[in-house]
Design a protein around this ligand. Structure first.
Ligand code: SF4
Length: 440
């Protein structure tokens, strides 16, 4: 009988796509992938350095794993494993820790599955993590795939540990991304979400710029069999007029951008060492809305960064309130070791951070609602997902309006033209069948 391996992923879409790739490596080596609770012989836990209490979470998952399979071999990979290998190795029950340069050699490292009295650690300086390993994952619902096109980051935002955990910016080739997109199309998945750490910086290989993100976008737009491609998140200074104009007339790229802002105060942006001022952000939003009035725009913002006074926060709040955007992802600042921000003065008390976060969450709900209201009465192509909640299913329009309708198995992974009719009490959009047939 084949050995069994189970995975647990913390963190971002990139981690999910990499866990899938590690899973395929195990399958090639003759392992069966099973659920966490199906008494696996090997557990692989893919960690994140951005998640709060990464060490506590990791400990808890290891404990749970060993309750399920007391003799299972436990391996920890990912950003936290790169940053804190020793801390992780000291967690009771961990057998192996693999850093960024080693995680895709996992199968070679697992030679025998006997539990180790002391965890083996394979961790090199992050500067060794220069290789790009292609990855894509099928999400739980298999209606959309996260396709990794870029890894690492050459920026040095003062709050961020990602460059320390994932190394410098590097990318896949256009040919390889297209080949993977074709494979995904063959599998019947209709939507690709492009992922990376800093995907606007796409195109660096062997330390040199060889392509631009727009070249990749243009090439992907020609891939037959994929209905939609979503750019997950792109830095505002890298979102060029050319990209916006191309997406506006694209066959496959959808009118949805997620653009990290982080703060609406130029003072804080400069302390964060972000590479733009808020004026540039306004300009990007204006340009998008000029060409795509129905485009959905999501914004990342951090509250409670050191030095953020009440006035700075109000500045951010008012800035966002005025901006024609659709929703916010709010992050509460928390100190990370080995970052410049952790050494800065002007620490914001926890209760103030929480209050600011709450205010922006309320603003986000208001923005989302008003974006949804602006879409009512319109016809939209919706891609329905597999989930069922209380007899209802969900789907997303091209411009990321979340709709709900009574569960109908025939709709799963189907694109359907619907009319957006009303906002339901839980904030999703209700629909009726549109008279016109589907365009795609
Ligand atoms: S752009 Fe800044 S926040 Fe984003 S990964 Fe790079 S250093 Fe971190």
């Amino acid at each position: 009988m084949n050995k069994k391996v189970a995975f647990y992923t913390l963190g971002c879409k990139l981690n999910y796509s990499e866990t899938s790739t590690i899973g395929r490596l195990f399958n090639k080596a003759g392992f069966d992938t099973v659920n966490f609770t199906d008494t696996p012989d090997v557990f692989v836990i893919n960690t994140c350095s951005v998640t709060d209490n990464a060490d506590k979470k990791c400990k808890k998952i290891v404990k749970e794993a060993l309750k399920i399979s007391p003799n299972a071999y436990v391996t920890i990979v990912g950003c936290y494993a790169q940053l804190k290998p020793q801390e992780i190795a000291d967690i009771p029950g961990v057998d192996m820790v693999l850093g960024a340069a080693e995680k895709f050699n996992i199968v070679e490292h697992i030679s025998d599955l006997t539990k180790k009295p002391k965890a083996l650690v394979y961790n090199q300086p992050v500067s060794e993590a220069n290789e790009f390993v292609a990855s894509y994952s099928f999400g739980d619902n298999r209606t959309r795939t996260f396709l990794k096109v870029q890894d690492g980051c050459d920026y040095s935002c003062t709050f961020c540990t990602i460059p320390l955990a994932r190394g410098s910016s590097r990318s896949d080739t256009i040919e390889s991304v297209i080949a993977q997109a074709n494979e995904i199309a063959q599998s019947g998945v209709k939507e690709i979400v492009l992922t990376g750490v800093n995907i606007g910086d796409y195109g660096i290989r062997d330390g040199e710029r060889q392509d631009k993100f727009i070249d990749l976008v243009k090439a992907l737009d020609e891939v037959e069999g994929i209905d939609r491609i979503r750019i997950s998140s792109i830095e505002p200074n890298l979102l060029t007029d050319e990209i916006i104009a191309f997406v506006a007339q694209s066959k496959r790229f959808v009118p949805h951008f997620h653009i990290p802002l982080q703060s609406g105060s130029n003072k804080i942006l400069s302390l964060m060492r972000r590479r733009y001022k808020r004026e540039l952000y306004v300009d990007r939003v204006t340009q998008i809305k000029r060409l795509m009035p129905d485009c959905c725009i999501g914004v990342d913002v951090i509250v409670g960064f050191p030095g953020e006074t009440r006035e700075d926060f109000i500045d951010t709040y008012n800035f966002l309130n005025e901006l024609n955007i659709s929703y916010l992802h709010v992050f509460t600042y928390s100190e990370r070791e080995n970052t410049l921000a952790a050494e800065m003065t002007g620490t914001v008390p926890g209760s103030t951070r929480a209050e600011r976060s709450k205010m922006l969450h309320i603003l986000s709900d208001k923005k989302r609602r008003s974006f949804y209201e602006s879409q009512l009465g319109k016809t939209a192509d919706v891609l329905f997902e597999r989930d069922i909640t209380d007899g209802y299913m969900h789907g997303f329009s091209r411009n990321y309006v979340k709709v709900k309708t009574k569960y109908d198995p025939i709709l799963v992974n189907e694109l359907k033209a619907v009319t957006l009719t009303a906002i339901s009490p839980d904030g999703d959009v209700e629909i009726t069948e549109a008279e016109e047939t589907l365009v795609h």
